[in-house]
Design a binder for this molecule. Structure first.
Ligand code: SF4
Length: 180
């Protein structure tokens, strides 16, 4: 029997390759907890796309709470921070923290996140936050750099094949002006 793994994800393009890879060795459940995504229409577009795809490939999907008020409260004072700055640390801590907490509550053997597949993210920061949370909740985190071995390119190609919508900003209202 495969070990159970809870995978935090934020959208289809970041998930498709990671889900495929992890499903070889683990029984994967995807956890969509992203109160940072703005506006709601965008949140729903990202959520519905990944959910539809996971239904097709028969991978379980769980949605977290979309509590934007809490997210805005947490990042108060950091609105003008650049991407990869202190606002992102808080955003990662919240999203990864909830994932670790859920992994503990629901008896998962491992947890992981798709965030490291993005070339716009600081992998060291993500792994350091996640490993601290893994110790706190006593559920091991798989700290893989998914963009390695051409991972990002493969994910882009797979997303094109699936005709996924690809957003041009990270997620929050402040990242909308740093369109990529
Ligand atoms: S830029 Fe991305 S990671 Fe940083 S705070 Fe905004 S949504 Fe979160």
């Amino acid at each position: 029997m495969k070990s159970k793994l809870l995978l935090h994800t934020c959208c289809g393009p970041c998930s498709i390759y990671v889900v495929e890879q992890l499903s070889k060795d683990y029984e994967v459940t995807v956890y969509f907890f992203n109160p940072n995504i703005h506006p709601r229409k965008e949140y729903l577009a990202r959520r519905d796309e990944i959910k539809k795809y996971l239904d097709k490939i028969k991978v379980e999907f769980v949605e977290g709470e979309y509590n934007t008020k809490d997210w805005f409260n947490r990042i108060k004072g950091l609105e003008k921070e650049p991407e990869k700055g202190k606002r992102c640390d808080i955003c990662f801590e919240l999203r990864l923290g909830k994932t670790a907490e859920k992994a503990k509550q629901d008896n998962y053997d491992y947890w992981a996140a798709t965030l490291s597949i993005s070339p716009h993210k600081d992998i060291k920061k993500i792994n350091s936050i996640a490993n601290k949370l893994a110790k706190q909740y006593k559920v091991p985190f798989l700290d893989k750099d998914w963009k390695k071995n051409n991972g990002f390119k493969i994910a882009c190609d797979m997303s094109k094949q699936e005709n996924f919508y690809r957003q041009n900003y990270c997620g929050c209202i402040y990242s909308q002006k740093n369109e990529t």
